[in-house]
Write a protein that binds this ligand. Structure first.
Ligand SMILES: Cc1cc2nc3c(=O)[nH]c(=O)nc-3n(C[C@H](O)[C@H](O)[C@H](O)COP(=O)(O)OP(=O)(O)OC[C@H]3O[C@@H](n4cnc5c(N)ncnc54)[C@H](O)[C@@H]3O)c2cc1C
Length: 519
């Protein structure tokens, strides 16, 4: 056998099909949890997968499934000692390192991340900013939902007539947009908001507005590009806050948010929200960044903490005066098993929502121009949104969350499906959907697609407290209050600890964690 199989592959079970040995079978872990084996070999020219790849996730998943320590050699000390070691090189971890050095310029800081590039989710902030500002100008009523593909151009005044649904459903759609009644005429404004907070947007459409089911199917993917789940999980109160159709007759004050809106919807009302003081540590050697180095434990000790990370071959350890865990909260219980049970439970409850972002380099934008739309939402196909960025880049987003289960359970189920989805399917669906959308305008995927990069984020959007899923919101007490408790020399940062899916929350969490350790 000439195939080189790294130790990292072993942890993810990728080696199973190659080896078939009893050891490899043990490494495979729970059925259905491990990465699909074909992905290790999948790599046609011009197709790249980045982000939460099988390589980046192999060690965290092996830790989760209890396979890691059965196969790892005993840790080896590097002999290094740092004032601060940070797990997670996203916006929060980098901000923590920068803030530590601002307070103590002579300090030595180490940042460890499991990916082979730094910056975590912040790498996609520019895309999100554009998505927030620009609404879709087309909806592809796709074959997956309506039996055949029909592109509806929203700029044309009679667009509702083009939607391939029954006439009664079209009437309902027009009513939602143009003249919705007051659905709760006898309730005060506050009571109306309470009613909305108890419903998802799908429930609002079907149960309160009583619209034809095709209308709900037409609207379903509206929140996906921002929230990574659909209207079956998206709250009606946040749909109102985001200006979705159907609420005009309620005559609620649109000058200010409801206290029941989730944190990032509330922040949309504040001028300048979205920009934050991004801090990066100086590049003069005082802060070291070690990539492809997942942290596997952090242990508090009498004179110092010890942090272990996997360097691709074995576990290396460093000593740390202080530790900040700015990785995903759900990972922390595996890194610090000594944490109290209530804190471990609270940390595990922060389930990030998966999201895929594909960047496709195309030969030119002529087909888009002929088509007359730039940003298209799909109603049920794998990729729920695609847009042209001039001059010749196409972005696509996919939201594998199983929204019918709610944001938490749906995210976990969607992620399980995502790790089993062959990379070949990701590539095929991109080519297929671009051909279906742009083919009538002369686009030929075989000739016109030059390169595809998929950022696969199994752990993407920070889970926020939102109605109707978290009845304790906004009054508390919140699981995050327990989850972010300091443990000896170990503090917990990251946007999950807020929990708010915004860059400014990630930075604030970092400043809080540094402040806790400095006390
Ligand atoms: C598509 C998208 C676009 C966005 N756009 C905006 C925007 O325009 N404006 C805005 O304010 N916010 C935006 N956000 C939100 C913002 O980017 C995130 O909330 C923020 O970047 C999260 O930072 P973080 O450091 O908490 O988490 P992350 O960026 O996820 O960083 C955590 C890091 O920890 C690493 N890690 C996990 N486990 C381990 C381990 N065991 N060892 C070592 N490292 C580990 C992860 O790989 C990751 O790199 C966007 C989010 C998304 C999903």
């Amino acid at each position: 056998m000439n195939q080189i199989i790294s130790r990292r592959d072993f942890f993810d079970g990728i080696a199973v099909s190659a080896l078939g040995s009893p050891v490899a079978r043990v490494a495979h872990g729970a059925p259905g949890q491990a990465e699909t084996p074909q992905n290790a070999a999948y790599g046609p020219r011009g197709f790249t997968v980045r982000g939460d790849t099988s390589e980046a996730l192999s060690v965290p998943h092996a830790l989760r499934d209890g396979r890691f320590w059965a196969h790892a050699d005993p840790p080896e000390a590097t002999g290094e000692r740092y004032d601060l070691v940070v797990a997670g090189g996203g916006r929060s971890g980098m901000s923590a390192a920068a803030e530590w050095l601002r307070r103590d310029p002579g300090a030595a800081v180490l940042v460890l991340d499991n990916h082979d590039e730094a910056a975590g989710q912040a790498r996609r902030d520019a895309l999100r900013r554009r998505i927030r500002q620009e609404r879709p100008d087309g909806v592809m009523c796709d074959a997956e939902t309506f039996g055949a593909d029909t592109l509806v151009r929203l700029a044309s005044p009679g667009w509702a007539d083009e939607v391939p649904i029954a006439e009664r459903a079209r009437r309902d759609l027009r009513m939602l947009h143009e003249d919705p009644p007051d659905w709760f005429p006898r309730l005060s404004a506050e009571e109306k908001q309470e009613r909305l907070a108890a419903l998802t947007y799908s429930e609002f459409l079907l149960q309160v507005c009583g619209v034809h089911p095709d209308v709900e199917r037409f609207c379903r993917t509206m929140p996906c590009r921002e929230w990574a789940y659909d209207t079956r999980a998206f709250g009606a109160i946040d749909a109102w806050g985001a200006g979705y159709p159907g609420f005009g007759g309620l005559v609620l004050d649109r000058d200010k948010p409801s206290r029941l809106n989730s944190p990032s919807v509330r922040q949309e009302w504040q001028a300048g929200a979205g920009e934050d003081h991004v801090a990066t540590p100086p590049s003069d050697g005082r802060a070291r960044l070690r990539l492809s180095s997942p942290v596997v434990f952090a242990r508090d000790g009498a004179g110092a903490a010890t942090v272990g990370y996997f360097d691709g071959h074995q576990v290396m350890t460093v000593e740390a005066g202080s530790v900040i865990l700015a990785c995903w909260s759900a990972v922390v219980p595996y890194l610090v098993p000594e944490l109290p049970e209530d804190q471990r439970r609270a940390l595990r409850s922060a389930i990030r929502v998966p999201l895929l972002h594909a960047t496709v380099r195309v030969r030119d934008a002529r087909a888009w121009r002929r088509l007359g739309v730039l940003r298209v939402r799909w109603t049920g196909a794998y990729w729920c949104f695609c847009e042209l960025e001039s001059p010749a880049t196409v972005h696509l987003l996919a939201a594998p969350c199983r929204s019918e289960l709610g944001p938490g359970a749906g995210a976990a189920a969607g992620r399980r499906e995502l790790v089993r989805t062959p990379y070949g399917r990701l590539e095929h669906t991109i080519r297929d959907q671009l051909a279906r959308l742009l083919g009538p305008a002369g686009f030929d995927p075989a000739a016109d697609i030059e390169a595809i990069t998929v950022d696969r984020w199994g752990h993407a959007n920070t889970p926020e407290y939102c109605r109707p899923w978290h009845p304790y919101y906004p009054d508390g007490p919140f699981p995050a209050d327990v989850a972010r408790r300091k443990f000896g020399r170990i503090a917990i940062a990251g946007s999950d600890s807020a929990p708010v899916g915004r860059g400014d929350a990630a930075v604030s969490a970092a400043l809080r964690a540094v402040g806790e350790l400095a006390r």
